[in-house]
Design a protein around this ligand. Structure first.
Ligand code: MSP
Length: 468
């Protein structure tokens, strides 16, 4: 059986889940469900990033010990994903002792391979990003993603990782059409240009941060939170029973602000530790609200629960996928979501299902074992979720609506061949649409299939009630 391992970033636990995090998680869930429907054995991993300075500070603000703070917040992420019917197989927390053990083991290997040395570093550090900023990261001397007070001057003696040593190999991989792992194309060329413009080594430990995993060869320092966090993808496959075959990952899904860590630093760490590299890193853009990135520090977030309360679980999943910021940033907001929900789900799909169910009640339906469409799956694999859903709507839903409206079967006798033919056509289309859309809206797809497969049954209640 083919194995498929898909991941989301592990989210910083100092934040609460918002629909920026949700969009990556829902996208990963759609990919996971699609691959399961192909009969593949899927491992879908998500979780929380719990070490580092900003988490320690968030805990302190609440007067909690960092571990207690993490134990309190981690369930808000896990529950948010459960409430959205996210089918993750494991929720990893970097404070899990089993993860910490793997981090220690891999770092020791990197050290033993001669890729670590001690050095001093000074520079501007962004607490929001948990990274030193380079000139090109900064706009007007600040981090463009976080408010100015998060940028602090730091001077430390740290352990450094020989990132530069692995740059030629990484360039070779990214340039090779077959081996390349960075998608989409625009991101690949961006990374290539940056790789070629000269890359410095990076620090791998922190002298002043106590909330972290001790560096195995020097207990006075802790592992830099990003090195700890990236290793979650590998560690889960090592400490969970029966998952070791899932390494290397097939797909890491990430937002564009963490591309360098995922396409360069991560690969260099794995090369140094002599581990296999992930096959694909798919980078998406941002959800924006009024032209600004949605984030807690900007105070403009929509929570996943707010969406579920308004649009239901499947409605929310649909809206997230439909506005997924594949290559470009995508402006979102409750007003836009409501319009889309009413237009696509209430007035279009929901209405079609209830009309056809009523008109064809009791009809025997032959169709069995319909498979998902290759065209839909290819778009899902490229994370073109809006296009994938648009394809299903165009081919099955809009086509059915227009045939229904031109034939007007409700004006014809029950056994009129024209009426029979158009209803069969719509039923067939709805079954095919539901099979594809099951990855996006699992519960609603099931309701549609239960209604039309075998024999047309009455819908217990309408799908996707219109909202005001
Ligand atoms: N902890 C690190 C990731 C470590 S992975 C080894 C981190 N966490 S985060 O909480 O800041 O989450 C960042 C990710 O959340 C982004 O890469 C993206 O997947 C998602 N998003 C957060 N805000 C977003 C938007 N406004 N829009 C789209 N996705 C965004 O970075």
């Amino acid at each position: 059986m083919n194995k498929f391992f898909v991941t989301t970033p592990i989210y910083y636990i100092n934040d609460v889940p918002h629909i920026g995090h949700t969009c990556t998680t829902v996208a990963a869930d759609i990919v996971a469900r699609w691959h399961r429907s192909l009969g593949e054995e899927v491992f879908f991993l998500t979780g929380t990033d719990e070490h580092g300075q900003k988490v320690a500070e968030a805990a302190e603000k609440q007067g909690l010990d960092p571990k207690n703070y993490c134990d309190k917040i981690a369930p808000t992420f896990e529950n948010a994903w459960r409430n959205l019917n996210i089918s993750f197989d494991h929720f990893i927390r970097t404070t899990d002792p089993r993860h910490k053990e793997v981090v220690g083991r891999v770092l020791q290997k990197i050290y033993d391979n001669g890729d670590v040395y001690k050095s001093k570093y000074e520079g501007w550090y962004c607490l929001g990003c948990e990274k030193f900023l380079t000139e090109s990261d900064m706009v007007n001397n600040k981090c463009p993603l976080h408010p100015a007070e998060k940028t602090v001057w730091k001077s430390e003696e740290n352990w450094f990782f020989r990132l530069s040593k692995y740059v030629p190999k990484i360039i070779e991989l990214v340039e090779d059409e077959q081996a390349n792992y960075i998608f989409p194309e625009g991101k690949r060329s961006e990374i290539l240009a940056k790789l070629k413009s000269g890359v410095k080594d990076v620090s791998i430990s922190r002298e002043q941060v106590k909330w972290g995993i001790p560096t195995p060869w020097d207990q006075s320092q802790t592992v830099y939170v990003w090195f700890d966090a990236l290793l979650n993808y590998y560690s889960a496959t090592q400490f969970l029973e029966g998952k070791s075959q899932f390494w290397p990952a097939n797909l890491h899904l990430i937002g564009k602000e963490i591309i360098w860590f995922h396409t360069v630093i991560w690969q260099a760490m794995l090369l140094s530790a002599r581990l296999e590299l992930p096959k694909k890193v798919d980078v998406h853009s941002f959800y924006m609200i009024d032209g600004q990135k949605m984030s807690k520090s900007l105070g403009n977030v929509i929570s996943p629960q707010q969406l579920v309360d308004l649009f239901g679980v499947d409605g929310s999943r649909y809206l997230i996928a439909r506005s997924f910021p594949s290559e470009n940033d995508s402006d979102v907001g409750v007003g836009r979501f409501s319009e889309r929900y009413n237009a696509d789900l209430a007035n279009n799909l929901g209405n079609l299902v209830s009309r056809v169910a009523k008109l064809a009640l009791g009809r025997k339906v032959e169709k069995k074992g319909v498979k998902g469409d290759r065209e839909f799956g290819e778009l899902v694999d490229q994370l073109k979720l809006d296009e994938a859903i648009g394809w299903v709507f165009g081919k099955y839903i809009d086509a059915s609506n227009s045939r229904l409206n031109s034939v007007e079967p409700w004006k014809l006798e029950t056994n009129d061949p024209k009426r029979v033919e158009v209803l069969d056509y719509c039923i067939d289309n709805l079954i095919k649409a539901a099979v594809d859309l099951a990855a996006v809206m699992p519960e609603s797809a099931k309701i549609i299939l239960d209604c039309f497969e075998g024999e047309v049954k009455a819908l217990e209640k309408g799908l996707f009630a219109r909202i005001k």
